[in-house]
Design a protein around this ligand. Structure first.
Ligand SMILES: [Zn+2]
Length: 52
């Protein structure tokens, strides 16, 4: 399997399973990336006439 974050091959025979990521680190990094993107999108969507 390939990690969705670092694209590294990993094995699912690990004691802890972080599917679809290879590690907890990748999982949390991907999550923070996703949250950042969401923030960027919502700030871009802010109407210009909203700043007073
Ligand atoms: Zn990874």
């Amino acid at each position: 399997m390939k990690c969705l974050y670092c694209k590294k091959e990993y094995t699912t025979s690990l004691k802890k399973n972080f599917k679809p990521f290879c590690s907890e680190r990748c999982r949390s990094l991907d999550l923070s990336n996703w949250l950042n993107e969401k923030n960027v999108i919502s700030s871009t969507l802010d109407p210009e006439d909203n700043y007073d």
